[in-house]
Design a protein around this ligand. Structure first.
Ligand code: ATP
Ligand SMILES: O=c1ccn([C@@H]2O[C@H](COP(=O)(O)O)[C@@H](O)[C@H]2O)c(=O)[nH]1
Length: 240
């Protein structure tokens, strides 16, 4: 018999960039379908799943700021990009018969519901996937911070960061071939060593609320469910 999941309720953060798949820009529907299937497997294990998606496949506010533009306007565009990705994932889940609801931090009632902790709680309890769009709803943040915030609000047992690397390294593995991968590292070490895999605000919020951060590769098929069962390749960021 397959191992049960180690968690009752989790927040999965999916990197926007991962949705690119083999494309230079936008959303690869094959990636959406695979991630939807894997989320469905987690739900079938009895895990309640909250979902946050980044926007890096479409737009990041910093790109406008770096070119001398208005950071706040750029961040607004970035938050809208995360709503587009949330709609894409919602459609992918519904196509597979997995019930989900989008709760946006930025009100846009003709497109999706505005975030409400109480309504999201009801959705999760009913076994629906709650997709949290629009990050925190504020500029100068990222969807990592949005994910840590929602994980704390929704009482999640862990925040899974599904990104394009298979864990936390001593340095950025894309830049330093000698970087060493950790199986486990403390919040304090991540912050004091300045490890950039997640933004510091997100790590501090998770630390203050005792939410383990689990970094794994969302590009690796099956990794999410493997890690939920405690035997996948990932780094756990937690108390020392
Ligand atoms: N110490 C480190 N360990 C692991 N990855 C690191 C480290 N330092 C930097 N990185 C980089 O962090 C990146 C993942 O974080 P990033 O915030 O860029 O992506 P994301 O949040 O998954 O994406 P998106 O913005 O598209 O949602 C990886 O691509 C990796 O190269
Ligand atoms: O709370 C938030 C979350 C996100 N943004 C903007 O959106 C983009 C995309 O999010 P990523 O986390 O980088 O994938 C981000 O770069 C910000 O510009 C935001 O302003 N506030």
């Amino acid at each position: 018999m397959a191992a049960p999941a180690l968690y009752r309720r989790v927040l999965l953060k999916v990197s926007g960039e991962a949705l690119l798949g083999s494309q230079p820009f936008g959303i690869d529907e094959a990636v959406i379908d695979r991630i939807a299937r894997e989320i469905g497997e987690a739900v079938a294990l009895g895990v309640e799943v909250g979902l946050v998606v980044g926007g890096g496949n479409i737009f990041r506010g910093m790109s406008i700021a770096k070119a001398g533009g208005n950071r706040v306007a750029g961040d607004h565009m970035g938050m809208l990009a995360t709503v587009m990705n949330a709609i894409g994932l919602h459609e992918g889940l519904e196509r597979r018969g997995i019930s989900s609801r989008i709760f946006s931090a930025v009100p846009m009632p003709t497109i999706c519901e505005t975030f409400s902790q109480q309504r999201a709680e009801r959705a999760l309890k009913r076994g629906r996937v709650a997709i949290f769009a629009g990050g925190t709803g504020n500029p100068f943040f990222t969807t990592d911070s949005g994910a840590a915030l929602r994980a704390a609000e929704m009482g999640c047992d862990a925040l899974f960061k599904g990104t394009n690397v298979d864990g936390v390294y001593s340095a950025d593995p894309k830049k330093d071939p000698n970087a060493v991968r950790f199986d486990r590292v403390s919040y304090k070490e991540v912050l004091s060593l300045g490890l950039q895999v997640m933004d510091a605000a997100a790590v501090a919020l998770a630390r203050d609320n005792h939410i383990p951060l689990i970094v794994f590769s969302i590009k690796e098929p099956g990794a999410f469910v493997d890690v939920l069962r405690g035997h996948g390749r990932a780094t756990i960021i937690a108390d020392a």
